[in-house]
Design a binder for this molecule. Structure first.
Ligand code: FBP
Length: 272
């Protein structure tokens, strides 16, 4: 089993994953602030920045990505992380569930993936179903030597109806979700920012060295965003998986330059 540090999605142990699955998860509304971001090839180009260690795509865009690389003779595109499951904002369900649309075999053999990703909604009424799917995904990924990134987003009735928790960003909830990544065999876990550095420290204290990356969240100023990222790196976080804070910017190059220094060199944004 290859260690994630030896895979292309990390650099010096850390990662910057450019997430572009929002057309599935949120719908075209996420492209409205920057209409050119609706064109996948625009975001593929952004992903050629040296800071980016993976681009996370749903199956359809992953197929397009490989074709785009071939047709444009792109040799330095970001490594490909195929997101195996996803769900839309259109569905009405009894509780959160993210169905799988791509197999590990297809990701590995047809898409030449460098890693796979799976969203886990622990706390949902459908958690058991997702655990079973994740088991199959994780074991198949091991056979293909692909790192497994868990989008660990505890949410649903089990969280909402438990008075011990204040919601999805409660540090106890985020840390529990991160721990599940370790227990269920992920190589890296992607978690919501719990609001404070102490909250992220709690995550790190829970995962015993498992790779952790912060989920970007909605767009904010460069300074506020870099500060949040640094606060996780400073206590042992391994980087970032980010979508809107990159593709909703007219020119994300400057922010990517800064993120590269913060994530891979540990530079305090105050010194940039
Ligand atoms: P952002 O940086 O834009 O928050 O993207 C990270 C991400 O995990 C995406 O991969 C995904 O589309 C989205 O957030 C899901 O967020 P949520 O389920 O909380 O709406």
């Amino acid at each position: 089993m290859r260690h994630v540090d030896d895979s292309p999605i990390t650099r010096d142990g850390n990662s910057l994953i450019l997430a572009y699955d929002h057309g599935t998860e949120h719908g075209p509304v996420d492209f409205e602030p920057m209409p050119k971001s609706a064109d996948p090839s625009h975001v593929f180009e952004v992903g050629r920045h040296d800071a980016v260690t993976a681009i996370a795509l749903q199956k359809g865009n992953a197929e397009y990505y490989r074709a785009w690389e071939r047709e444009n003779d792109v040799g330095d595109g970001a490594p490909l992380l195929v997101k195996l499951n996803g769900n839309s904002n259109l569905a009405k369900r009894d509780d959160y569930y993210s169905p799988k649309q791509c197999s590990v075999r297809y990701a590995a053999e047809e898409l030449d993936a460098d890693a796979i990703g799976y969203t886990m909604y622990a706390g949902s009424l459908r958690e058991d179903e997702m655990w079973k799917e994740f088991r199959d995904v994780q074991e198949a990924a091991r056979k293909h030597d692909l790192p497994v990134v868990m989008w660990s987003y505890p949410r649903g009735k089990g969280i909402q109806e438990n008075d011990d928790y204040t919601g999805q960003e409660d540090p106890d909830v985020v840390a529990y979700g991160a721990r599940l990544g370790l227990e269920l065999g992920a190589d890296m876990v992607k978690c919501k920012y719990p609001g404070t550095q102490a909250g992220w420290q709690q995550v790190e204290d829970t995962v015993s060295g498992l790779k952790t990356v912060m989920s970007g969240g909605s767009k904010r100023s460069d300074d506020a965003f870099l500060e949040d990222v640094y606060s996780t790196i400073a206590v042992g976080g391994n980087g970032l998986a980010v979508g809107r804070n990159i593709f909703q910017r007219e020119d994300p190059e400057g922010l990517l330059d800064s993120l590269e220094r913060v994530i891979f060199e540990g530079t305090d944004p105050a010194e940039l």
